[in-house]
Design a protein around this ligand. Structure first.
Ligand code: SF4
Length: 356
């Protein structure tokens, strides 16, 4: 029997935490998908239905590249939209293409019943030790929180770094060292060490910088290749970026009841996926006096399309500019950067007008 080699789709910086679960919790090998490139998207788009949303295509392209890199077991994810069915469709497409791999579909598990995750993990390896997998998952959760804490700090400060690339380099080192973590104590020490290193990086930050909040769809907002490195483009212009949407906030510290209450004047019903979070955070950024809001989504993302009229109302009520970006396989960097440039000029002029 061939050795188990597991792959999980590339997703932000979180694969290091998934790797920990697979290697230390399941005791099997982990195969990272190669970094996402134009080729990944081309492979995914070529083998996907035309009108399916872009995360489907990225994931499919990533699976094929991972299989070619040696993976024989693919983990699939679920979600609060059609993402829940993507696992089955990916599986069918990959089988039709002739790939003989095993599928472990986490859409079959239920957050309200943690044991259902154990049942899914058992499909990776039947000799799964419940104590080992539980402790690996708990540490992975803490790793995700550490990643989010570090990245929040980066978004707030990277736009003002004195030495170009200093934040990026330290971020890469942090993720690399995170791979070696074995327990919570080591994780806390590492996070503390890196936070202090980040705080020591020299920045030249004005007293009242431009602040922009980013809201939108789960995958596109967190995967930098999918959003054409938008946060990096904004940082180059000396903007503080805030993005509430990350795995810690949306999954581990979820507070849906409070959100429903706070957005009740704008949305009565949940429109699915990230829609409530998008509206809630846009409202928060508007109330907190941010200079602008950026909404990102994949082309064809119905829940996020539904939020757009609501965001327009928030924009009118609070006189805050909102720009909308929709990404698909044909989106070009030039188009994105030109629009960011125009948005930046506009929010900068408004800020200067306010100061006069
Ligand atoms: S949230 Fe939108 S883009 Fe993401 S999988 Fe669901 S429908 Fe597609």
């Amino acid at each position: 029997m061939s050795k188990v080699k597991v792959n999980f789709p590339r997703f932000g910086s979180y694969n290091v935490a998934v790797r920990h679960i697979i290697v230390n919790g399941c005791g099997v090998d982990y195969v990272d998908s190669p970094p996402i490139t134009k080729k990944t998207l081309e492979i995914g788009a070529k083998n996907s239905p035309d009108f399916v949303c872009t995360p489907f295509k990225y994931q499919l392209g990533g699976y094929i590249e991972a299989i070619e890199a040696g993976a024989n077991t693919l983990i699939q994810v679920g979600g609060a939209c059609r993402l829940n069915y993507y696992g089955e469709i990916h599986e069918q497409i990959l089988k039709d293409l002739g790939y003989d791999v095993k599928f472990v579909n986490m859409a079959n598990a239920d957050f309200a019943k943690p044991l259902t995750f154990y049942e899914e993990f058992k499909k990776i390896t039947p000799n799964l030790n419940i104590k080992k997998i539980t402790s690996a998952v708990l540490l992975a959760v803490k790793m995700v929180e550490a990643i989010d804490k570090v990245e929040d700090y980066i978004r707030e400060n990277v736009g003002f770094e004195k030495e170009e690339g200093s934040f990026d380099k330290l971020h890469r080192d942090f993720l690399e060292d995170l791979k070696e973590i074995n327990d919570k104590k080591e994780l806390n020490l590492l996070t503390k060490l890196y936070m202090s290193k980040f705080k020591k990086l020299e920045v030249d930050k004005p007293k009242n910088p431009l602040r922009v909040g980013i809201v939108g769809e789960y995958y596109t907002i967190m995967d930098e290749y999918s959003n054409h490195y938008m946060e990096k483009e904004l940082a180059k212009k000396g903007i503080v970026i805030e993005r509430w949407m990350n795995v810690s906030n949306s999954i581990f510290h979820n507070y849906v009841k409070e959100i429903k209450q706070s957005i009740k004047h704008y949305a009565k019903y949940d429109m699915g996926a990230t829609s409530m979070y998008t509206i809630n955070k846009a409202l928060d950024y508007a109330k907190e006096g941010f200079d602008g809001i950026i909404h990102v989504k994949s082309f064809g993302c119905t829940p996020e399309i539904d939020t757009m009229p609501v965001l327009q109302r928030i924009s009118e009520d609070y006189k805050i500019p909102i720009i909308y970006f929709s990404f698909d396989t044909q989106t070009s960097d030039v188009g994105i950067n030109t629009r960011i440039e125009a948005f930046y000029d506009m929010i900068m002029m408004r800020k200067e007008d306010k100061v006069k």
